[in-house]
Each structure stands twice: as C-alpha cells, then as structure tokens.
Design a protein around this ligand. Structure first.
Ligand code: PAD
Ligand code: ZN
Length: 358
C-alpha cells in the first residue's frame, strides 16, 4: 500500500509503497477514505511532539472496515468508522469514570509497528492510527462505528479537529447560553471551537487570527467579531469588545506559551483560559499569580475536547446532518496522498482552514 512516511525532522514526507504487518486478533484493517491534515502532524515533523522517524503520520481519518481479527467484537467488514486518536477501551480506570479522553491505553496502542518499508525498517504510526496511507491497521479500541451519509472528507475531520474544538467549548469549558468567548488561532481546531461556542449559545464569539482568510471563515462559521492581532494588542481589543471586563472563556488554539498568557489576560475575573494548542514539549506555561488567586481566573488544559468519542462522534455527526455544524466550509481543499507536502506548505502559509487527503 502507499503511505506518507515521516523520514527526517523538518524534512518533506516520503510517499512510498510499504507492506502492512499481519493484523493481530484485536486488530482491524481500515481502508482510509479521507484524512484531514492537522497541525499536530506538523508538530511531529518539527519536533514539538516527540516521535522518532520513520513513522506513518495522520491521526484524523475515516474509512471502511476491510478485515477484522478473530477477537474483534464490535466491528464487521463494511462498517464505516472514524479513527479516535486516543483509544476508548471502555474498561480502564479513566474510561470507567467517563474520561475516555484520558484512556489508560493511550500509549499502548502506539507500541506496535504497523508496516515495513521496502528495506525492512519497521514503521510505527501516529497515535496508533497512521491515516496518511491507503490502509491502516489499528486496535479495535481506536475506532468508532458511524452510520451516516455525511461525506468522507467531512467525517474525517471529526477524528481530531472538530471533536477537539467543539468539545473544548461543550465539554471542557461547558460554555453556557449568553457566555462570551474569545478564540486565539482560527485554524481547523479554532474554527471548531467557534462552532462549538455557537452551538452552546454564546452571545459574543471573538475570533483572533492575523490571517484575513481565517477571520472571514470564522465570521461565516459563527464568530460575532474578528480581531487582527496585527492591529494592536489583542488583549485590549477583546476587552474593548466586552465592556472592559474580558470574556468568560478564552481559548488558545495555536500552541504558544505567549498566546496562552494572552488568553489568561483576556479572561474576566472568575473566567477561564482554555489551553487547546499543543506547545513544544519542552515549554512551560506561566501565568501571573494575583489574577489566578485574587481574581479566581482558571487555566484549563484540554485534550481531545474532553470528548467521550463513543458518545460524542455520533453526537457531532448528528449536528452535521441537521445543519448545526458546518464542516463543508472548513475544508478549503482536497488533495491526493502524493501531495501531502503541499498540504503542509499551505497550512504553514495560512492558505487553508483544513486540507483533506482523499
Ligand atoms: P492551524 O495551523 O490550522 O491553525 C493555527 C492558527 O493560528 C492559524 O490560523 C494561524 O494563522 C493562527 N495564529 C498563528 N499565530 C497567531 C497569533 N499570534 N495570534 C492569533 N492567531 C495566530 O492548526 P490547527 O487548528 O490544526 O491546530 C491548532 C493547535 O491545536 C495545534 O497546536 C495543534 O497541535 C493543537 C491540537 N490540540 C489538540 C488537543 O487535543 N489539545 C488536538 C488537535 C490539535
Ligand atoms: Zn489533530
């Protein structure tokens, strides 16, 4: 099968013919029909997210079950599935507490090589998935069955960016009707936070991004205001739009300690900053002590939108089916697997909200 391989830090990916390893009894072979290109893939290439090459990247994908191992209980050949970049085993300490986004098997699913290169080198896969390929072999616990007519490219986005962003608003922050929200960074994940805040009934949703295309997309997807950080301190601009008080929730969706600090400063007294963007693994985030304690501001981390994927994937797909969640307008372009490096170039250049490999 063809797969895009991360071969060297900061270098281009190599699209090659590789040989899948034999699936085990708990494994499922999925024919990938669409795979979104997320900044976390680029974080692996840049070294912000540590993962040694060579590896098959891609963690935001949908497909059709092609084969199942003897012990697979919940999936059958022909099922439509979305890959969950954190498994949901259903039986570990966290899963039993409705915290499947912290599933104890998060790292165990990454432990097996899933293909070999022509020279015999084993290939690990990003988050136990590896969706930048024609097929992926993964544990059953990393898949969620979906019955819907939503197109493949849109379904793929549910695998990461949409679940993370909408979930950040609905699950992590629990935005309430009438709340005020700012979103710093309006790529695929940030636009999903904006849509989640709209679905929650937020009264003010301020999109902060230096790229005009992102601000325009945000206004189309539910933002009530757009702020260009190039036109003055974004914290002051957000405060000016909220009576000088700041917002109930400020989401950082880039992955920079400096903009997490901005989110903290944008939050009102008693409000919260939500760190969604993934900073370089060596970085620390600092916030001033007085506002944390005396103004009771909170700083919340957010992985995978605190989502319970077996509950939330169908819920999000339902929003799409009923016109409440607009994924069509988040897909700026679709490309073949051979053009994977062009998708990363376009992301870095700020030319797309999301590219999808089909
Ligand atoms: P993206 O590259 O599509 O979007 C990032 C956006 O930030 C772009 O629109 C930029 O223009 C914008 N931006 C850059 N600098 C600034 C600035 N100073 N102020 C405001 N905006 C700025 O990335 P993405 O949406 O795919 O991912 C965003 C982050 O979320 C990234 O760090 C990714 O790794 C992380 C992520 N986290 C999770 C999780 O579970 N926490 C899941 C998926 C992605
Ligand atoms: Zn992602």
């Amino acid at each position: 099968m063809r797969a895009a391989i991360f071969v060297e830090p900061n270098g281009p990916m190599s699209v090659e013919d590789v040989t899948p390893t034999d699936p085990g009894p708990r494994d499922v072979v999925v024919r990938i029909t669409a795979s979104g290109v997320c900044h976390s893939d680029l974080h692996v290439i840049s070294g912000a997210l540590p993962m040694p090459p060579p590896a098959i990247l891609g963690h935001e994908g949908a497909g059709i079950v092609e084969a199942v191992g003897a012990e697979v209980k919940g999936l059958a050949v022909g099922d439509r599935v979305i890959g969950s970049f954190i498994p949901a085993c259903g039986v570990c300490w966290h899963c039993l507490r409705d915290e499947s986004h912290l599933c104890d098997n998060t790292y165990t699913v990454m432990g097996s090589p899933r293909a070999v290169r022509a020279d015999g080198t084993p290939l690990m896969t990003m988050t136990g998935l590896g969706t930048f390929a024609e097929y992926m072999t993964c544990d059953e616990m990393s898949l969620v069955k979906i019955e819907t007519d939503v197109p493949d490219a849109q379904l793929a986005l549910v695998g990461c960016g949409v679940t993370t962003g909408v979930g950040a608003a609905l699950n992590t922050a629990k935005v309430q009707p009438g709340d005020t929200v700012a979103v710093i960074g309006c790529g695929g994940v940030g636009q999903s936070v904006i849509q989640g805040a709209r679905i929650a009934g937020a009264s003010v949703i301020i999109a902060v991004d230096p790229v005009a295309l992102k601000r325009e997309a945000a206004l189309g997807l539910g933002a009530t205001h757009a702020v260009d950080p190039g036109e003055g301190d974004p914290v002051e601009q957000v405060k000016a739009l909220t009576g000088g008080r700041g917002v109930d929730y400020a989401f950082e969706v880039i992955g920079l300690p400096a903009t997490v600090a901005q989110a903290f400063d944008m939050a009102r007294s008693g409000g919260a900053a939500v760190a969604v963007g993934v900073s370089h693994f060596t970085e620390s985030i600092t916030v001033p002590s007085f506002p944390l304690v005396l103004s009771e501001k909170r700083l919340l981390g957010c992985v995978y939108g605190s989502a319970q994927v077996r509950r939330d994937f169908p819920r999000l797909v339902g929003f799409v089916e009923n016109g409440r969640l607009d994924l069509a307008n988040m897909i700026t372009r679709t490309l073949p697997l051979d053009d994977i490096n062009e998708a990363f170039r376009a992301m870095t250049a700020g030319e797309v909200v999301r590219s999808v490999i089909v």
